[in-house]
Design a protein around this ligand. Structure first.
Ligand code: ISJ
Length: 366
């Protein structure tokens, strides 16, 4: 009894301390928000109508700094996520950013938009990737988020084709850990006769489905969110999709993390009217094309090696425009304004048939 009373004393004391800390945090966060408002005011006075409240390079600098200075016990990712949300809320005081994503509600592309901009961003569902480009070009949305690599929703090659013709630039990148769950309005696995999902997701969960639902029919649909929407209306149906889709369409999770490869990641790009200023740790994406002859690609990429630039990705696409045989989508480390990168790009431009800088942007922190 005495021991219990003693523990209760200790608990009350620590909880009292937590309450006091929360009050201090609240005061500090409010003061920070007022500072962000002052910054916005100064920006408006100096830049007038052309004012850019959102500064991606400044935001990543803040996130990198808090991660570096983090004393623990929370891990760096967690701390950065908290600050991501604080900045998102501060920025939204001025005007919430609008980001177009590949809909419907609940797709991984929407989750990527929220991971990148924080929860105060207003996400707007588009039916196609073309529509995302058009909305941003027209200025109806500030940014767009499109899938590019190991995608579960968007056609990667289609995104690349759109970049060829678009004046838009890449202003950021987002990597998202993809977890697939089996969800349904049914409550028992035994009731499932049909499984809907995007074909990529079905493929990524093949072993699990073979083992636990060998007799259910698998039906490929346009997106995982579409699958969830369909499963919600049909008896005996389930969908393979992300957690957000289950929440939005009110489905039960019958099985979690059913993907065969646990490290499954999808990369997304953020597109806008202009790319980002240097942040000190950047990437640059390029569209290149060379003559279709022996050694053509080797010669094309020589300038990168010569200037010591490392390439993080290269993807080739048959050109559908008839002018070039192949188009290469290349990512390199560094910002186009960094000296060695600028020199390499000048050299590349002389070498390539097609040369387009799609943008320089900060390496993702989260
Ligand atoms: C406050 C600023 O504007 C915005 C808000 C930021 C913040 O809350 O820290 C950071 C960059 C901008 O997106 C700024 O430029 O410093």
């Amino acid at each position: 009894m005495a021991d219990h009373a003693h523990d209760q004393d200790g608990l009350d004391r620590v909880r009292g301390r937590i309450d006091a800390i929360d009050q201090e945090l609240l005061d500090l966060i409010s003061e920070r928000a007022r500072c962000a408002q002052r910054v916005a005011q100064i920006k408006t006075e100096t830049d007038g109508r052309a004012v850019q409240f959102y500064r991606p390079e400044r935001e990543v600098a803040i996130l990198r700094r808090v991660k570096g200075a983090n004393p623990g016990p929370l891990d760096g990712e967690e701390v950065a996520r908290l600050f991501r949300e604080i900045m998102s809320a501060c920025l939204a005081l001025e005007r919430p950013l609008q980001a177009a994503f590949l809909g419907p509600e609940g797709t991984f592309t929407q989750a990527a938009a929220i991971k990148h901009f924080g929860h105060s961003v207003v996400t707007r569902a588009m039916a196609t990737i073309d529509e995302i480009f058009r909305e941003v070009e027209a200025g109806s949305c500030d940014f767009g988020v499109v899938p590019v690599e190991n995608s579960t929703e968007g056609v990667v090659s289609h995104t690349l084709d759109l970049f060829m013709a678009s004046p838009l630039a890449i202003t950021g990148e987002v990597s998202l850990r993809i977890h697939h769950h089996l969800m349904s309005a049914e409550t028992e696995l035994g009731a499932i006769r049909t499984v809907y999902s995007h074909q990529q997701s079905l493929a990524q969960c093949r072993e699990w489905l073979d083992r636990y639902l060998p007799h259910a029919e698998r039906v490929a649909v346009g997106s995982n969110a579409d699958a969830a929407r369909t499963a919600a209306k049909e008896s005996g149906a389930a969908a393979v999709a992300g957690y957000q889709a289950a929440e939005i369409y009110g489905l039960e999770l019958l099985a979690e993390r059913i993907e065969d490869e646990p490290g499954n990641t999808t990369r997304f790009l953020v597109i806008g009217k202009q790319d980002a200023p240097p942040s000190g740790q950047d990437k640059t994406s390029l569209l290149l094309s060379c003559r279709n002859e022996a050694g053509g690609l080797h010669a094309l990429l020589m300038p990168l090696a010569a200037h010591g630039i490392s390439m993080t990705r290269i993807e080739s696409r048959p050109s559908r425009r008839g002018i070039w045989d192949y188009v290469f989508f290349v990512d390199i480390m560094g910002h186009r304004d960094d000296l060695p990168v600028a020199a390499a790009l000048e050299h590349l431009e002389r070498q390539a048939l097609l040369f387009k800088v799609l943008g320089s942007y900060p390496v993702a922190v989260l």
